[in-house]
Write a protein that binds this ligand. Structure first.
Ligand code: AP5
Ligand code: ZN
Length: 214
C-alpha cells in the first residue's frame, strides 16, 4: 500500500503510523522526524531547516522533495510506504505524483486526520518523545510508566522545541493555508478517507483499519 497521512499538528499521525506500518509491512517516512534528525546531527540540511522549523513554518518544497525522492528509492520502500507529514503543499503533491509516475505507481489512500483546532494545544504541550525510536507519549493521554523515561529502552524522553502554544499557532496557520488544499487535490481522485481524529487512539486505529480494508 502507498499511503499518505494528512492532519494538523497533534492530530495523531505519528501515533497511528507505527501501528499501520507493522500491520501492512510498510516503510514509515516522516519528513518532520527526518528533518529533526538532520537538525540534531547539524548536517548542512539540518542547519538550513532549523530556524524555519523553530518558527513553525514550512521548510522549502525543494528541500523536502529531495529528502523523499532519496528515501523512496530505498529497497525497503518498494513494497509500500506511509508518508507522514508529506506532501504538505500542492507543489509537493504534484512532485510526488511525478516521482511515483516514473515507476508506474500511484498513491492508494489519503488518511485525513480531521480534528478541531481547540483540542490540539493540550495534545501538543503534553507530548514527550523518544527520538531514537519515534515512540510518543503524553502526560495525560499516554503516560510512560516512569515520568520522563521511555518504557522500552529506559532512556530519557524529550519535548520538541516547536511544541509550545505560541509556535503551535504558526504551525496551525501553515496547515490551514498550505496543507488543507492538498486534501482537495486528492479528493479529485476519490482516495481520501476522513478519520474522526478526536476519538481515543484505539478508536482511531479501528477507523484506520476500516478505511484501509475498503
Ligand atoms: P512534523 O514533525 O510533521 O509535525 P506536525 O505536522 O506539526 O505534526 P506532529 O508531529 O506535531 O503531530 P502528529 O499528528 O504526529 O501527532 P502525534 O501522533 O505525535 O513537522 C514539524 C516541522 O517540520 C514543520 O513545522 C515544518 O517546519 C517541517 N516539515 C515537516 N514536513 C514538512 C514538509 N513536507 N514540508 C515543509 N516542511 C515540513 O500526537 C500528538 C500528541 O497527542 C502525543 O503526545 C500523543 O500521545 C497524543 N495523541 C495522539 N493521538 C491521540 C488521541 N487519539 N487521543 C489523545 N491523545 C492522542
Ligand atoms: Zn508527527
Amino acid at each position: 500500500k502507498r499511503l499518505i497521512l494528512i492532519g494538523p499538528p497533534g492530530s495523531g499521525k505519528g501515533t497511528q503510523s507505527p501501528i499501520i506500518k507493522d500491520e501492512y509491512c510498510l516503510c514509515h517516512l516522516a519528513t518532520g522526524d527526518m528533518l529533526r534528525a538532520a537538525v540534531a546531527a547539524k548536517t548542512p540540511l539540518g542547519i538550513k531547516a532549523k530556524e524555519t522549523m523553530d518558527k513553525g513554518e514550512l521548510v522549502s518544497d525543494d528541500l523536502v522533495v529531495g529528502i523523499i525522492d532519496e528515501a523512496l528509492k530505498k529497497p525497503s520502500c518498494q513494497k509500500g510506504f506511509i508518508l507522514d507529514g508529506f506532501p504538505r503543499t500542492v507543489v509537493q503533491a504534484q512532485k510526488l505524483d511525478e516521482m511515483l509516475g516514473k515507476c508506474g505507481v500511484k498513491v492508494d489512500k489519503v488518511l485525513n486526520f480531521a480534528i478541531d483546532d481547540a483540542i490540539l494545544e493540550e495534545r501538543i504541550t503534553g507530548r514527550w518523545i523518544h527520538p531514537a525510536s519515534g515512540r510518543t507519549y503524553h502526560t495525560k493521554f499516554a503516560p510512560p510508566k516512569v515520568p520522563g523515561v521511555d518504557d522500552v529502552s529506559g532512556e530519557p524522553l524529550i519535548q520538541r522545541k516547536d511544541d509550545t502554544a505560541a509556535v503551535l499557532k504558526s504551525r496551525l496557520e501553515a496547515f490551514h493555508k498550505q496543507t488543507e488544499p492538498v486534501i482537495d487535490y486528492y479528493k479529485k481522485g476519490s482516495i481520501v478517507a476522513n478519520l474522526p481524529a478526536e476519538k481515543p487512539p484505539k478508536d482511531v486505529t479501528a477507523e484506520v483499519q476500516k478505511a484501509l480494508s475498503s
